[in-house]
Design a protein around this ligand. Structure first.
Ligand code: ATP
Length: 415
């Protein structure tokens, strides 16, 4: 298997002024094709340190891919430093020069003389012409290592990678196999509980591997397998997936790009159910998520943002007495709001959220993050109490996530 090191260059990356998207992009693409990306290094525009990084990369990788530093200025040194290190001279590539001249003449200007530097390529290199900018990329061999230089601007790099580099790498290193991942998306149990249920998988991983990733308001269980073909990798995953699904039910709500709102929308649509929401602390966020999918009018009837108690009273028929006795953030009020919106809007299902999003307004009895969510459906009301961690944004988002999951469980009749 060919080992790859990605060397991203540019002082702006080290200063944190530019997010290193090139490294993530390249890693994802190469992994997909089965290359082993085992190292990523970032170095500034400094010849000494760049030499150090490249020397190490040539020791431990079969393919070294650099990005950035192919520009026309004195600060652009990647090609020069590498060529010097491996003892290659740089020669003018007439076609690269011609293309750079065309690039400038299309803009009605002559090519500045310093841009000629960009058309200089190491002897024996394959030139990757740049369809989006001026700096060509290059690929060449040195002592059975492959050296690749790519330009820094992401749009130039991506075009070059997809159109020329990847086909070239696949031809040069056939049969790398395929890496395939499946993500199971989980809500309703914590990361440590997931881990507990999957301990034997985690301890025995090899191919496939298993990773738990905490995402906002959900946990991702990622199963990754490598196989000769996509079908072989998928087959390896399927063996694990069935058992993992079984152990985590009913908390697995979807897979890969199936967000909770998408799953809920499908479930409501398939059963021809209608829904209405009454939201206090989330101010309409749940309604927003329920209407994200096209065609949402098939199930979403309407929403009432009942922020003020007067609205809870007048529009949702929550009694004054209940509000006084239990407060706006209480199980009783949440239940009454859900029943109220369901009957006022004439839907199959009514959902209510009331809570304290913070940062102020908490007390020892009712802390910030306390949220009640009620789902009225088929004559019953399922009301749950949550205390969410995090700031205001987090509490509000997690509330919508929990509400969507309660809807999902009610519709699918799972606990
Ligand atoms: P060009 O001469 O076409 O600009 P170059 O190879 O010299 O190409 P750089 O000067 O290193 O490229 O970078 C050009 C642009 O690309 C800059 O805006 C830089 O911030 C951005 N860039 C460079 N490296 C990365 C990276 N790893 N991830 C995301 N953006 C990057």
């Amino acid at each position: 298997m060919a080992v790859v090191e990605i060397v991203t260059t540019g002082t702006e990356l080290l200063l944190g002024q530019v997010v290193n998207t090139n490294a993530a992009y390249l890693a994802a693409k190469l992994n997909e094709l089965g290359f082993d990306v085992l190292y990523q290094t970032t170095v500034g525009d400094n010849p000494g340190r760049m030499r150090e990084v490249l020397r190490l990369a040539f020791e431990r990788a079969d393919i070294v891919i650099t990005t950035g530093g192919l520009g026309p200025t004195y600060g652009d040194i990647t090609k020069e430093v590498t060529a010097e290190l491996v003892g290659k001279s740089l020669l003018l590539d007439p076609e690269a020069k011609r293309r750079i001249e065309v690039f400038f003449s299309r803009r009605g200007v002559c090519m500045p003389s310093r841009n000629q530097k960009q058309a200089m390529v190491p002897e024996g290199a394959v030139v990757l012409y740049n369809e989006r900018g001026t700096a060509p990329g290059v690929v060449y061999e040195h002592q059975s290592r492959l050296i690749v230089h790519l330009p820094g601007p992401p749009s130039e790099l991506k075009h070059m990678v997809e159109h020329t580099l990847l086909p070239l790498l696949q031809a040069r290193y056939p049969r790398q196999g395929v890496i395939f991942s499946r993500v199971l998306r989980v809500h309703g149990i914590g990361e440590s509980q997931v881990e507990e249920r999957l301990t034997d998988f985690i301890l025995n991983q090899g191919n496939p591997t298993l990773a738990l990733l905490a995402r906002r308001g959900e946990i991702w269980v990622r199963i990754t397998a490598k196989g000769e073909t996509q079908a072989a990798a998928e087959h390896k995953i399927a063996e694990w997936e069935t058992e993992i699904q079984r152990r985590l039910q009913p908390h697995v709500f979807g897979q890969d790009d199936e967000a909770l709102e998408v799953v809920v929308a499908e479930a409501l649509k398939n059963r021809a159910l209608t829904i209405a929401t009454a939201e206090s602390c989330t101010g309409g966020l749940l309604a927003g998520r329920l209407t994200e999918a096209p065609g949402s009018s098939a199930y979403m009837t309407g929403a009432i943002v009942a922020y003020d108690n007067r609205i809870k009273r007048d529009l949702l028929a929550v009694s004054e007495e209940m509000l006084l006795r239990h407060g706006a953030v209480s199980e009783e009020t949440a239940r009454a709001m859900a029943a109220g919106v369901c009957s006022r809007l004439g839907t199959d299902m009514g959902v209510a959220i009331t809570g304290i999003a913070g940062p102020d307004g908490g007390s020892s009895e009712k802390p910030v993050g306390l949220v009640y969510i009620a789902v009225a459906y088929q004559g019953k009301i399922d009301c749950r109490r949550y205390v969410f961690n995090g700031g205001r944004d987090e509490v509000r988002y997690r509330s919508t996530q929990a509400a969507l999951d309660q809807i999902r469980r009610a519709v699918l009749a799972v606990e």
